[in-house]
Design a protein around this ligand. Sequence first.
Ligand SMILES: Nc1nc2c(c(=O)[nH]1)N[C@H]1C(S)=C(S)[C@@H](COP(=O)(O)OP(=O)(O)OC[C@H]3O[C@@H](n4cnc5c(=O)[nH]c(N)nc54)[C@H](O)[C@@H]3O)O[C@H]1N2
Ligand SMILES: Nc1nc2c(c(=O)[nH]1)N[C@H]1C(S)=C(S)[C@@H](COP(=O)(O)OP(=O)(O)OC[C@H]3O[C@@H](n4cnc5c(=O)[nH]c(N)nc54)[C@H](O)[C@@H]3O)O[C@H]1N2
Ligand code: SF4
Ligand SMILES: [Mo]
Length: 751
Amino acid sequence: MPDLPADSIVHRICTLCEATCGIKVHVSGSLGEAPQRVTRIEGDPDDPFSKGHICPKAHALTELQTDPDRLRTPMRRSAEGFVSIGWEEALDLAAERLGAIRDESGVDAIALYRGNPTTHDAQSLLYWNALQTALPTRSQFSAGSVDTWPRWVQAGLMYGGFLKTPVPDLARCDYLLMLGANPIESNGSLMTAPGIKKRLEAIRERGGRLVVVDPKRTRTAALADEHLFVRPGGDAALLLAMVHVLITEELVDLGRAADCVNGFDRVASSVADYTPERVEESCGVPAESIRRIARELAAAPRAAVYGRMGTSVQTFGTLAHWGIDLLNILTGNLDREGGVLFPQPAASLAFAGPSRESGFEVGRAQSPVSGYDELQGEWPVAAFAEEIESERDDRIRALAIIAGNPASSAPNAARIDRALSRLEFIVAFDYYINETTRHADLILPPTAPLEHATYDIALLHFAVENVAKWSPRAIEPEAGTRETWRTLIGLAKRLMGLGAMTDEQVDGVVVQQLAGRVLARSPFAGQIEVEEIVAGLGDDAGPRRLIDLLLRLGTYGDGFGRKPAGLTVAKLEAEPHGIELSQLCPTLPEMLGTKSGRIELAPDRILADLPRLEEWIDRGPDTRLQLIGRRDIRSMNSWLHNLPSMVKGKERCTLQIAPLDADRLGLSTGDRGELKSRVGSLVVPIEVTDTMAPGVVSLPHGWGHDRPGVRLGVATSRPGVNANILVDDAEVDVPSGTSVLNGVPVELSRV
Ligand SMILES: Nc1nc2c(c(=O)[nH]1)N[C@H]1C(S)=C(S)[C@@H](COP(=O)(O)OP(=O)(O)OC[C@H]3O[C@@H](n4cnc5c(=O)[nH]c(N)nc54)[C@H](O)[C@@H]3O)O[C@H]1N2
Ligand SMILES: Nc1nc2c(c(=O)[nH]1)N[C@H]1C(S)=C(S)[C@@H](COP(=O)(O)OP(=O)(O)OC[C@H]3O[C@@H](n4cnc5c(=O)[nH]c(N)nc54)[C@H](O)[C@@H]3O)O[C@H]1N2
Ligand code: SF4
Ligand SMILES: [Mo]
C-alpha cells in the first residue's frame, strides 16, 4: 500500500438522522489526490449546536464509504442479473422507457416516490423538482404518509403553512410532556436537537419535570420523572380530556396567542363530553392522572407538549396532534420562550422542496381507486399498491423512486412487493440492491454522503436553536460515480426533449425559476430583481448555488448586498464549525399563513374526525394484542443493516412482550412465536420484558433482508423479519390518510 499523506480533518454534519451532529472527518490523502480514505469520525466539540455529541451511527459513515455492496455505477437488469452500465446509456434508457409509457398512457401512469433519506440530502430535495417538472404526474408518493402527515395536516390547517410546526424550547422549558417519542434511541424527530439526552437531563437538573406517555417504558421513559402507559391509539382521547380539564377548571390562559385565535368556543363544545372518567378505560390512563397532569401543565411557568411517531402513525394521528397543540396554546405556551416556538431556518425548504408551496392545501383531488385526499400534491402510500394493481386505464405502470424502500417500510409489504413486480419499468435512485430495488430495471446510485457538500434545508425547520452550518465534501468521489443533481437533471432534460442542453444550461433554468419563487416570499421581495439574483449567484452550476440562493434570500440572508452582514454560503464556509444564529424567539402573528391571519383552533377537517374517536372510546378497549414499532440507536429505518458495526451484538429484531402476556401464552425469551394480523403472518423470536405494557407487543421495522435477489452481504446474514408484512394497509388516520403503523391488532401463538 502506498504511503498516504498526513491526516486532514473536514468539519461537517452527519446526515444519517435528524440531529445534524457536527463531525470531524479524518481523511488520509487530500482532495484531488487519490487514493483517499476516511480513517476516523469523531464529534466536533466546537460545533455550537451539537457540542461534540455523536451516536454510534456516525461511524457507519466510514463503513458506508467502503461497503462493497454499495453501488457506484448504474446497474441494469439483464438475464444474468444486474450488470454495470455507463451513465449516458443509463439515462437514455430511463428516458426512453418512461417517455414511451407517458406517451402511451399519460403521465399519471408514472409514479414518483420519494423516501425518507431525501430529507437529509439537499441535492435530492432540490433536484427531485426537476423530475417532477419533467413528469407532472398526479401519482406522487413519499414517506410522509407513513410518518409526518398527521402533523402537517394539523399544523397546516391551524397555522396556514407547510412546515409551520412549533418545537419545544428545550433549553428553557420547566415541564415537558412527551408522548409517543423515544428520542434517546431516535435522536429526536421534528425536534432537531443533537445531544438530546443532556438536554432532557438539564430540564430535570434545573428543577423541571419530564413526563413520558408511551406503551413501552423506553430508555426515554426511564429518564423521566413520570412514565404513563397508554393504550396504542389512546392519545387523542387522553389529550382531549386534558383540554376538557383546562376548560372546565378555568385554567385556560392563551398568553401570546390571545389576540390571534379563532374557534375557541367550537373547541370548548367539541371537548365538553371528554371527561377524564369517560376516556380512562379506552386510553388506559387513570382519570386522576389525566386531571393532575393537565393541572401541572397549566401551573408550570413554561411548559411544552410534544408528540412524534407514537402519536402520528396511529389511528387518530391528526386528532392527537390537534390535542397536543391545543394544550400548548390553551396553557399560553405557544410562542412563549420555554414553551413551543416556530424555528426560523436560515434556508427554507418550504420555498424549494418537491412540489411544495409555502401555503397549505389538502384534499384538492382524490386518488382514483380508494378516493384518498391528496396532500400537497401526493397520494398516501396506502394507495400505492392499489393504484398499480388497478385494471383502470390510468393505472400506474412505471415508477421512479428515490431513496425509498417501500417493500420494507410501507404497510402490507407483501402486497407492495407483488405490486412492484407488476410494474413495467422501475428506475431507482439508490445505493443498494435491496427489497425494493431488486425489482428495478435500472438503479442509479448517488455519491456517498461524505463525497459531496451539503447544507440541511429540511431539519433545521424543527431545530431547537436557530443555527447554520455548511458541510463541505470530505472525500473525493470514487471514479465513475455521479452526484444526484446531475443524474436528476440528466433524466429530466431528456424527458423534456432538451437532451442537447448541457446539465449546466439546464441548471441555469432551474436557478432562474427558483429565484423567482423564493424571492416572492422572501423578506427581500420588492427590493431586488431576479436578474440581479441570478447574476449574483455566479456560474458554478449545482446545489451549492441553489443553497446560496435560499440562504441569501432567507431570514438571515445578505439579500445580495441589501444586508451586507447577512449570510451567504461563502460566509458559512469560513465558519467550519457552524454558527449559532439565535435562540428560538416569538414569531406570532407574522408567521401565520391562514386566510384569516389567525390561528384556526377548530378546523373543520379535524373536527369531522371526532365521531370516529367517540365511537372508539365508547367501544372500549380492543382485547387483542396491539402491535407497535420501535427504533434502536444503531438503526436507520431499513438501510444501515449492511454495515457491520450496525448489526453486531445480540439479535435486535425480536418481539417484545410483557411477562403477563407471555405467561398467558406460554412463551419465554428465546421461543419463537407466530404473529398473525389481518394481512399477514410472521415467525418471530420472543423477548419477554417488563418494559412493555400488558396487551402490547413491539417489533422494530426495517428488517427482513432475506429476499431473493437482494445484494446485501452483511444484512442477509442477520436478516430479521419485516414488521410491515403485518401492518394493514386499509387502516389510516382519516384526516391525513396516514397509515396506522402503531396499534395493529395481532394474534400470537407459540411455534
Ligand atoms: N436510531 C434510529 N433513529 C431514527 C430512526 C431509526 O430508524 N433509528 N428513524 C428516524 C425517523 S425516519 C423517524 S420518523 C424518527 C422517529 O422518532 P421517534 O418518534 O422518537 O421514534 P420511535 O422509536 O418511533 O418512537 C415512537 C414511540 O411511540 C411509542 N408508541 C407506539 N404507539 C404509541 C401510541 O399509540 N401512543 C403513544 N403515546 N406512544 C406510542 C413507541 O413505543 C415508541 O417509543 O426517528 C428517526 N431517527
Ligand atoms: N412498521 C413501521 N414501518 C415504518 C415505520 C415504523 O415506525 N414502523 N417508520 C416509517 C418512517 S417514519 C419512515 S421515514 C419510513 C422510512 O422508509 P423509507 O422512506 O423507505 O426509507 P429508508 O428505509 O430509510 O431508506 C430507503 C432507501 O434510501 C437509500 N438511501 C439512503 N440514503 C440515500 C441517499 O442519500 N440518496 C439516495 N438516492 N438513496 C439513499 C437506502 O439505500 C434505502 O434503500 O419507514 C416507515 N415505516
Ligand atoms: S445522532 Fe448519530 S446519526 Fe444522528 S446526526 Fe448525530 S451522529 Fe449522526
Ligand atoms: Mo420517519
